[in-house]
Design a protein around this ligand. Structure first.
Ligand SMILES: Nc1ncnc2c1ncn2[C@@H]1O[C@H](COP(=O)(O)OP(=O)(O)OP(=O)(O)O)[C@@H](O)[C@H]1O
Ligand SMILES: [Mg+2]
Length: 502
């Protein structure tokens, strides 16, 4: 006999209900669409099952989302899978059925009705309801972040909004830097990683202490010591998005606040070269002949009044970001609209920063990125040359160890040299030693000159530049050119910047 599908469906339903009444199990249904709302739990369960359960079902469906970097497994229709949690075994079943004819709805529902049924023993019900489902949600969140490509946001459009009113535009974030590739003191690195981990896990701690769930890092040190690489490593380590805030594109404090409000949680908000950014914005208002160039010399910036409004009636409205606006951004009430955020500022000149920015509690951790040390060099050698310590050229290595601190060479310079010679380990090492020796000697000479009060700096500098051009690879040389042209564009202000960098 042929039953109409509705009848068959109803009979099946009745049957399962009777069956369930007599069993010692409890069944929890999680349907995909509940009323008209999408059920978040359904998606979470799907994701969760996709990764963590030992794949024991005999039929699985595979998916790979657009932009995702991983394939995920899923339960095929009407299939079961087992999972265990704290010693309790549960069973998930994915149920797909045709939806019965629907009346008019303002939003049409999909034809298939999908849902998960969780079968648990009656005595396990409290455990499951209390913690297992939360656990599933958390895991799903984690997986979602891992699979999804992370993004790098920037506000480079000078304050204009896109079609959806978002001031940030984004590209996929693909920087390969990780804490493994980062050359720095291993102990310090460990500290930073632990700090980040504690932060990411610290929701309840922050709640309990009444602090906003955010953390600030200040990275400082000479150019080419890995500050930007560190930020990328942080993002890769935690799986956070990055918001690269271009302060020079922000016109005033309220715009800054709007930008902040449009950032999501689990993100790193970066302001690079903080000493320069504010500087540039305020440039137009300054008397070019005045020797002082630091932004906090402007009286209006430090006025406690909150520093609202454009200070000067600048025609294009530029130049009205103030220090207090920035501090409100990181610290004020607005900074906690959203949670789990990390602020990172970088600078080449920590001594130029306003003490207000440095006081404790504002930037939780000051990280000095220094010149390449011996322990950092070992990391670079391992990564670039696949070098292991027990190889033959101990003596060269020992000599390098002697001079490396005096040579004051950045990891960027060292890695350029290693790349150039990566076909031949021995040549790389000897050349590295030569370079380090010359630099160490030069630094030594300069030091003694300074001590004797001799000042022949100009000549010295020219020599240095010459040397740099010949030493460095073509790529760096061209970057250097670029720098020069930028400087001329930006006027005389950056000039002494440059000399102090040398
Ligand atoms: N500590 C490091 N470990 C590994 N690589 C490094 C390190 N420092 C620099 N490098 C290499 O040098 C390049 C430049 O480094 P990076 O951009 O991170 O320097 P920075 O400190 O941000 O410089 P700036 O102050 O000019 O912005 C990177 O591409 C990286 O390959
Ligand atoms: Mg940088």
């Amino acid at each position: 006999a042929i039953f109409p599908p509705e009848l068959r469906f109803a009979a099946l339903k009745l049957f399962t209900q009777i069956f369930r009444c007599f069993s010692s199990y409890v069944y929890l249904d999680i349907t995909e669409i509940d009323g008209v709302n999408t059920n978040e739990l359904y998606n979470a369960v799907q994701l969760y099952l996709s990764s963590s359960v030992s794949i024991s079902g005999n039929r699985l469906s595979l998916t790979r989302a657009v932009n995702s970097s991983a394939i995920t497994f899923g339960l095929a229709n009407n299939d079961c899978i087992r999972d265990s949690f704290n010693g309790v075994t549960v069973q998930w079943e994915h149920i797909v059925s045709q939806r019965q004819a629907q009346g008019y709805l303002w939003r049409p529902l999909p034809e298939e009705k999908r849902g998960f049924t969780l079968r648990i023993k009656k005595q396990d019900k409290p455990l499951i309801l209390d913690s297992y489902l939360d656990f599933v949600m958390d895991r799903a969140d984690e997986i979602r972040r891992k699979n999804q490509e992370r993004r790098l946001f920037t506000n480079s459009r000078g304050g204009s909004l896109d079609s959806r009113g978002n001031p940030w535009e984004s590209v996929p974030f693909k920087h390969p830097s990780t804490f493994d590739t980062l050359a720095m003191d291993p102990l310090r690195k460990q500290q930073i990683m632990e700090d980040l981990q504690d932060f990411a896990k610290g929701q309840s701690f922050y709640q309990q202490t009444g602090r906003a769930w955010k953390r600030g890092y200040l990275l400082y040190g000479p150019p080419g010591t890995g500050k930007s690489s560190m930020i990328a490593a942080m993002a890769n380590f935690l799986g956070y998005d990055i918001y690269d805030l271009e302060l020079t594109e922000v016109h005033n404090n309220s715009e800054l606040r709007k930008l902040l409000m449009k950032t999501t949680s689990k993100s790193i908000i970066v302001i690079e070269d903080i000493d320069c950014s504010i500087n540039l914005t305020d440039r137009k208002k300054k008397n070019p002949s005045s020797g002082s160039r630091s932004y906090f010399d402007l009286p209006d910036i430090r006025s406690g009044g909150g520093g609202y409004s454009s200070i000067s009636g600048d025609k294009n409205g530029a130049g009205s970001i103030t220090l207090s606006g920035l501090l409100n951004f990181t610290d004020g009430l607005w900074s906690c609209c959203g949670s789990e955020r990390i602020f990172v500022f970088t600078t080449n000149h920590i001594e130029k920063l306003d003490p207000a920015l440095l006081r404790s509690g504002r930037m939780d951790m000051h990280i000095f990125m220094s010149y390449c040390s011996f322990s950092a060099l070992k990391i670079l050698l391992k990564n670039y040359l696949n070098y292991s310590e027990d190889e033959s050229n101990r003596t060269v290595l020992d000599e390098i160890k002697e001079v490396i601190d005096k040579a004051k060479t950045t990891p960027a310079d060292v890695s350029e040299l290693l790349i150039k010679n990566r076909r031949c380990k021995n040549r790389a090492l000897t050349e590295l030693l030569e370079t380090l020796k010359t630099r160490a000697e030069k630094n030594g000479r300069e030091l003694s000159k300074k001590e004797m009060g001799l000042e022949e700096e100009e000549e010295e500098e020219e020599e240095e530049e010459q040397e740099k051009r010949t030493l460095d690879s073509p790529k760096e040389a061209s970057e250097f050119e670029e720098d020069r042209s930028k400087e001329t564009e930006e006027g005389d202000e950056k000039d002494d910047d440059n000399t102090s960098r040398e």
